[in-house]
Design a protein around this ligand. Structure first.
Ligand code: ADP
Ligand code: MG
Length: 319
C-alpha cells in the first residue's frame, strides 16, 4: 500500500517544477496579489512560495496536507467540471509531503496568530506561531528519501530554466499581480502589477513589449506581436484558459497565425499572450495530473473567436 501511495503522489509531484506549479496555483486560488517564489539547488533543496492570500483558518491548517483534503469542492459536488479554482483534488500538499518535507505558515488576515504546519509523509504537526497575513509554503529535501526518483532528475540548471519559463507564463497571464522569482538567493524575475504589455516587458524585455498590439475581444484578451516585427519562433505563443496557463492545442496556434492572414511571412509565428475565457462546463481541466492540457468542448468555436480577435486587433492598428 505504501508503494501505491508513492506512485499516486509521484503523478502529482515528480520533479521540482511540479511543486512550483502546485504552490503557485494554491496561492492564486487563495486570491494572492503578491507571489514570491524561491528555489535552491534546482528546487531539490528548497522550493518556497510566499503569498498574501486568504490564508488557512486555524481549524483546518492541519488538514491541508492530508490526502484528498481540499477546501475547493463542496462535499456534495457532483463533478469537478464546474470548478473555477486551479486546484480541486486536494493532493498537491499531500504529494509534496510524501516526496519531501513540507513546512507551512499561514494566517488569514482577520485571525490573531498564525499556524505552523510540518508535514512529512503522513506525519502532520501543527503549532501556533505569529506571521504576516497570507501563506508561506516551503518544501525541502525533495526526493531525499527516494533515490530512484532522485536519479531521474535533470540537472539543476535545466530545472531552473523550466521553472523560470513557467513563472514567466504565470506573469504573462496574471500581469495584475506582483511576482518575484529568486534562484539560489539571486533575483531572476520580477514583475510589478501592470498589463499584458508590462508583463511582456518583464519576461522578454522592453524591446519586445514595444512590438505588441492589444487584443481585446469577448473572451479573448492579451497581446500579439506586430506582424512586421514577428520572427519565426513558436516558443512565444502563450494561452491560458480561465486563468490556467495551458499547452495550447495546435488548433489555437494555427488560429492566431490565420488571424494575421497574409500579413505574416511564411513560417513565422507571432509572440502572443492570450487569455481565453470559456464557460466552466465547456472545458475539462481534469485530463492530466498537471492540468496543463485542457479539453475544450468547442475547440473549433474557440479557435474561430481567437482568429477573429487577432484579426480585429491588427485591423485596429493600421501599419
Ligand atoms: P487543492 O489545491 O487541490 O485543494 P492542495 O493539496 O494543493 O489541494 O491544497 C490543500 C488545501 O490547502 C487547499 O484546498 C486550500 O484549502 C489549502 N491551501 C493550500 N495552499 C494554500 C495557500 N497558499 N493559501 C490558502 N490556502 C491554501
Ligand atoms: Mg492545489
Amino acid at each position: 500500500p505504501h508503494v501505491a501511495r508513492l506512485i499516486a503522489a509521484g503523478e502529482v509531484v515528480s520533479r521540482p517544477l511540479d511543486v512550483v506549479r502546485e504552490l503557485v496555483e494554491n496561492a492564486l486560488d487563495a486570491g494572492a496579489t503578491r507571489l514570491e517564489v524561491e528555489v535552491e539547488g534546482g528546487g531539490l533543496r528548497l522550493v518556497r512560495v510566499r503569498d498574501n492570500g486568504s490564508g488557512i483558518p486555524a481549524g483546518s491548517a492541519g488538514l491541508a496536507a492530508r490526502r484528498h483534503a481540499t477546501s475547493k469542492l463542496a462535499p456534495d459536488a457532483a463533478s469537478v467540471d464546474a470548478v473555477t479554482t486551479l486546484g480541486f483534488r486536494g493532493e498537491a500538499l499531500w504529494a509534496a509531503a510524501q516526496a519531501g518535507e513540507v513546512h507551512l505558515v499561514t494566517r488569514p488576515a482577520a485571525q490573531v496568530g498564525a499556524c505552523e504546519v510540518l508535514a512529512c509523509g503522513d506525519e502532520v504537526l501543527v503549532s501556533r506561531t505569529s506571521a504576516p497575513a497570507g501563506t508561506t509554503v516551503s518544501v525541502r529535501g525533495l526526493f531525499a528519501g527516494l533515490p530512484a526518483r532522485l536519479r531521474t532528475q535533470v540537472p539543476a540548471v535545466s530545472e531552473v530554466r523550466e521553472i523560470t519559463a513557467l513563472l514567466g507564463r504565470y506573469v504573462l497571464h496574471h500581469p495584475g499581480l506582483y511576482w518575484r522569482l529568486s534562484v539560489d538567493g539571486e533575483v531572476r524575475l520580477t514583475h510589478a502589477p501592470g498589463d499584458h504589455r508590462g508583463a511582456v516587458a518583464s519576461v522578454y524585455g522592453p524591446l519586445s513589449a514595444n512590438r505588441v498590439l492589444t487584443v481585446m475581444a469577448d473572451g479573448v484578451r492579451g497581446v500579439v506581436s506586430r506582424p512586421e516585427l514577428t520572427r519565426a519562433r513558436r516558443d512565444r505563443m502563450h494561452f491560458s484558459v480561465n486563468g490556467r496557463p495551458v499547452l495550447a492545442p495546435p488548433e489555437l496556434e494555427r488560429a492566431v497565425i490565420e488571424g494575421f492572414a497574409e500579413l505574416l511571412p511564411a513560417g513565422a509565428a507571432p509572440l502572443c499572450v492570450l487569455d481565453l475565457t470559456v464557460a466552466p462546463e465547456d472545458h475539462n481541466p481534469n485530463v492530466h495530473p498537471a492540468k496543463q492540457v485542457v479539453a475544450l468542448a468547442d475547440l473549433p468555436g474557440v479557435a474561430a473567436r481567437v482568429r477573429a480577435a487577432v484579426a480585429a486587433a491588427l485591423a485596429a492598428h493600421p501599419l
